[in-house]
Design a protein around this ligand. Sequence first.
Ligand code: GDP
Length: 383
Amino acid sequence: AAKTPSFDKDRDYIGFATLPEQVHRKSVKRGFEFTLMVVGESGLGKSTLINSLFLGDLYKNRQMPNVEERIEKTTRVEKKTMDIEERGVRLRLTVVDTPGFGDAINCEDSWRVCTQYIDEQFRQYFTDESGLNRRNIQDNRVHCCLYFVPPWGHSLRQMDLDLIRRLHRKVNIVLVIGKADCLNKTEVRKLKERILQDLEDNHIQLYQFPECDSDEDDDFKQQDRELKASIPFAVVGSNTILEVAGKKVRGRQYPWGVVNVEDAEHSDFIKLRTFLISTHMQDLKDTTQVSSSRSLRCPPLLTYCVPPSQDVHYENFRAQCISQISQHALRERGKLKRDSISSTNGFDAAISETDRLLLQKDEEIRRMQDMLTQMQEKLKQTH
Ligand code: GDP
C-alpha cells in the first residue's frame, strides 16, 4: 500500500496550486534577458530616452562623429549590456544601437545592417538550438525594435518606410515619435493619424497588442485600451532631475516652463515605459520566439505563415531553415541516384555503398518532412 508521507497527513488538497510560485521562483533565480534594438537617425533623442527608461547611463563614452565623417559613415551595430535588479528580480538588458543610421547621403545600407543583424541572431539561435548544449543557449534575438520617427515633417519618410517594410516581419517594431515636445497636442494627434494611415496604405503591420483577456480587471482593461490608443508613442526624454513645486521630476527646463517627462499630459513616456517594461515585455519575447521573415526566400508550402502575430517570428524562420535543409537533402539524394544509375556496370561494393547512402538520405528527408508537417500544423493552430 502507498505510504502517505507524514508531512502530508492532514492535507486535503493535492498541492499543484503552488506551480505558479515554483515557476516564479525558478524564473527569478535564472533572471531575465531582453534585447532592444534602437533605430533612428542621430540626434532624435534615442540615447536620452533609453537612459530615462532604464535609469542608467549606457552612453557614457559616446563619441560624436563630425560632419565629414558622417557623410562617409556606414551604419554600424553596437551592443551595450546592462544588468538591472529590482526587488530581487534580475534583468539583463541588451541595447542594440545602430549609430550612423541615416547619416550618410546614401542610406541604402542602413536597413541592410539592421536586417542582417536580426537574421544573424536568428541563425545563431537556430544553430545553438540544433546543437548538444541546448540548456544554456544565450538568447541574443532582438525582442523589440524601437524605431524613432522625427517630429518634424508630415508623416513617415521614404527612408522610414523602406526600413519598416523590411523589418516588420522579422521583429516587433514599436514606432516612437522622438522629441515630441516640439509639437503641440493637435500636431501630435495629426502626425500620429498620418503615420497610422501611411502604415495601412503600405500594408505594414507593426507589433500587435494581444487581446486583453475578458477576466482581467477593469483598470487593466482601461490601461490596455489607453496603451493601444497611444501608438505611435510620442515621447520626450530627459536625464535631468528638476524640482517642481517641491517635487523632484525628470524633466526639461524651458524659459516658459518645465516639461515633466513622466506627466501623461506632456508625453507618452510613461505609457511607453509601462508597455515595454511592465506589461508587454514577456509578450514581445513570446512573439519573437516564433518569428521570421517572408523576405527570406520562403518555400511555397510555408507562405501561409504570414502575420507577425503571437508566436510567429522565430518559428517561421526555423521552419524555413528546416525546409531549406530538407530541400538540400533532396538534391543530394537526386545526385546519389544519378551516380548510382551511371555506375550500374561498376563494382557491386560501390553500388551497395550508394544504396546505403540513398537509404540514409531517404530517412533524413522523411524526418525533416515529419518535422515540417508538425510545425505547419502548429502554426496553423496559432493563426
Ligand atoms: P541620439 O543621437 O538619437 O541618441 O540623441 P541624444 O539622446 O544624444 O539627444 C540629442 C540632443 O537632443 C541632446 O542635446 C538631448 O539633450 C536632446 N534631447 C533628447 N531628448 C529630447 C527630447 O525629448 N526633446 C528635446 N527637445 N530634446 C531632446
